[in-house]
Design a protein around this ligand. Structure first.
Ligand code: ADP
Length: 187
């Protein structure tokens, strides 16, 4: 199964992705985590990405797409994957579709974790990651509305919405429910 998780920053995608990944035995591929490990290891890609993460801007598509395609081509991703934080622009979605078409594979579901902006700001301030200052959070939310939300139209045929306001376990149950509904309705 190939699943995309989308939603605003702070919606809890990463937490849910980890639970889904162990339940479904699929690798959890998070672009945020990939960038943070490149930065920690001091790679070239990490150096290029760092200023964008620090500012709450998207890393340029050519850097991001190359990194993800390389990760998706790894052996452990051939049977399926959970993509968390990618695609985040329509150009990234188009590039992903090209990759999938070459491999003759398809995405099964896009889970959209929906939650109000005000609710996520509080969550992220509590989380205290380096890029979780109020200004950077606001910037990330703006970028999300401008660049990432248009993907909901792009993926309308595969989209299932998950209410991401609540307790972690509750949201997980909703995600599993949404996923089985979506998979059951696949022709
Ligand atoms: P959050 O969901 O809280 O925004 P992430 O870990 O998903 O956190 O992303 C952190 C940062 O990594 C983003 O603000 C952005 O700079 C960069 N990033 C992650 N995914 C992408 C992507 N698909 N395209 C461009 N930049 C990305």
């Amino acid at each position: 199964m190939r699943i995309i998780l989308t939603g605003p920053p702070g919606a809890g995608k990463g937490t849910q992705a980890q639970s889904l990944s162990s339940k479904l035995q699929l690798p959890h591929i998070s672009t945020g985590d990939l960038f943070r490990s490149h930065i920690a290891e001091g790679t070239d890609l990490g150096r290029r990405a760092k200023t964008f993460l620090d500012a709450g801007e998207l890393v340029p598509d050519e850097v991001t797409i190359g990194m993800v395609v390389e990760r998706l081509a790894a052996d452990d991703a051939t049977a399926g994957f959970i993509l968390d934080g990618f695609p985040r622009t329509v150009a990234q979605a188009v590039a992903l579709d090209e990759f999938l078409a070459e491999q003759l594979i398809q995405i099964n579901a896009v889970l959209d974790f929906s939650i109000a902006d005000d609710a996520v700001v509080g969550r992220m301030l509590a989380r205290g990651r380096a890029d979780d200052t109020e200004d950077v959070i606001r910037r990330r939310l703006r970028v999300y509305h401008d660049e990432t939300r248009p993907l909901l139209d792009y993926y309308s045929a595969l989209l299932v919405s998950v209410d991401a306001d609540g307790e972690v376990d509750e949201i997980y149950a909703r995600a599993i429910g949404a996923l089985s509904e979506r998979v059951a309705s696949t022709p």
